[in-house]
Design a protein around this ligand. Structure first.
Ligand code: C5P
Length: 395
């Protein structure tokens, strides 16, 4: 792995001494390090030791005119194949998650267009604090990579999660990140819907459908793996949120509509949800009793068509994809739906078998000038194929 270069940001924590070992480990593996040390970091390790090990200038100050003349901070932020933050303190991750840029390290993290790997290190309580966990989730959903922390005894005497990963483990994660598959959708925001909606009849009853959300979640995961920032607006499902995906939970079609509009703009919209077409015209806050006359004459009213609304929206994403669950004349119905809704592609599937709730799918991709039938495959494989098609469209 010759000639690869990382930009190592050493934060202010006792684990900073391990980052000096990391520079050595990386050098042995043919990876060069250029180093930034934060103000806090310089309390633990010196620029002289980091510079001696890296054989390069060490940067510490955003306002250092000499360093800025040598290499501006924007250029510095893009001068490596990967940025590694080790130790990544609670403070530096909080700032990066919020986009705060008030020193050289955080400015570099905001200005970079390169992947970032964090090696968190802090006291266990600080690590487990909801604020830190929130910031880590945010950074993950922005595409950041993580290694560690490990569990064990800490410098402060407490025991638990928060020890920085060992230099060899960080070096392994760096090598994996440097040789990772290309992420062709990086920088693209995908907004998706998935799962069913629930339309209340009264506080305890609702109208819904058999959608499990499996195809939508698999697609969210496949798109995230290709580097997209994915917002998944989902009805109730029993599924785990894929890593790195931002999930917005809703119940009704109208809530889904509002969440989708709130999450625009996006580069791609994909409506996978089985949105209930109708909802009860009224639903009170009291349970309907048989003695009230029951629900025999339940009046329904039409729900908003989310896909159609997005197609006609002033913030319409450049690529809008709808799904069409059909039981007969699948392709013909899909072609008609493409025109009616105003979307760019329709993914049609025959739901006459066990597709809803099942693990397999047979998809037909219909575009204005092409129809591409795919063989029956797992929903995960179908998702990867579709994600690949989307990536090709943008390449
Ligand atoms: O009209 P139909 O329900 O057959 O269209 C299916 C497509 O439209 C799917 O992409 C689905 O997510 C979307 N849809 C929607 N809002 C609705 C109904 C369907 O976004 N109210």
């Amino acid at each position: 792995m010759a000639q690869k270069r990382i930009l190592l940001i050493i934060g202010g924590g006792i684990a900073a001494y391990k980052s000096l070992f990391l520079i050595r480990v990386l050098a042995r593996r043919g990876i060069k390090s250029r180093v930034i040390i934060t103000k806090g970091g310089t309390q633990f390790v010196t620029p002289l030791s980091a510079g001696s090990l890296s054989g390069d200038t060490v940067y510490t100050d955003l306002w250092d005119l000499t360093a800025e003349a040598e290499m501006g901070h924007i250029e510095l932020s893009r001068s490596a194949d990967l940025i590694v933050v080790a130790p990544a303190t609670a403070d530096i991750m909080a700032k990066a998650a919020q986009g705060i840029a008030n020193d050289l390290a955080t400015t570099t993290l905001l200005a970079t267009d390169k992947p970032v790997l964090y090696a968190p290190a802090m006291n266990v309580r600080m690590y487990e604090h909801p604020a830190t966990q929130r910031n880590i989730s945010q950074l993950k959903s922005d595409g950041a990579l993580f290694v560690g922390p490990d569990a064990g005894e800490m410098a402060c005497g407490e025991f638990g999660d928060g020890r920085m990963a060992e230099p060899e483990a960080i070096a392994d994660a760096i090598e994996a990140a440097l040789s990772a598959a290309p992420r062709p959708l990086s920088g693209k925001h995908v907004l998706m819907t998935a799962g069913p909606t629930r339309e209340p009849i009264d506080p305890v009853r609702y109208l819904s459908n058999h959608s499990s959300g499996k195809q939508g979640y698999a697609l969210a995961e496949a798109l995230e793996e290709l580097g997209a920032k994915v917002t998944l607006v989902t009805g109730p499902t029993a599924l785990i949120t894929p890593d790195g995906v931002t999930r917005v939970d809703i119940e009704t079609a109208r809530e889904m509509m509002a969440a989708v509009e709130g999450a625009l703009p996006a580069d791609i919209f994909i409506g996978v949800a089985a949105v209930a077409d109708w909802r009860p015209a009224s639903s009170g806050d009291r349970k309907i009793k048989k003695s009230d006359g029951g629900v025999g004459d339940l009046k329904l009213t039409e729900n908003p068509d989310i896909l159609k609304t997005v197609c006609g929206h002033k913030k319409r994403p450049p690529l809008v994809i709808g799904f069409a669950a059909e039981t007969n004349d699948v392709t013909a119905h899909a072609q008609a739906k493409l025109k009616r809704k105003g979307c760019d592609w329709i993914v049609a599937n025959d739901v006459s078998g066990d597709v809803m709730g099942g693990d397999h799918n047979t998809m037909i991709l219909v575009t204005p000038d092409d129809t591409h039938a795919m063989p029956k495959m797992s929903k995960a494989d179908a998702a990867r194929k579709l994600a690949q098609k989307i990536a090709e469209h943008f390449s």
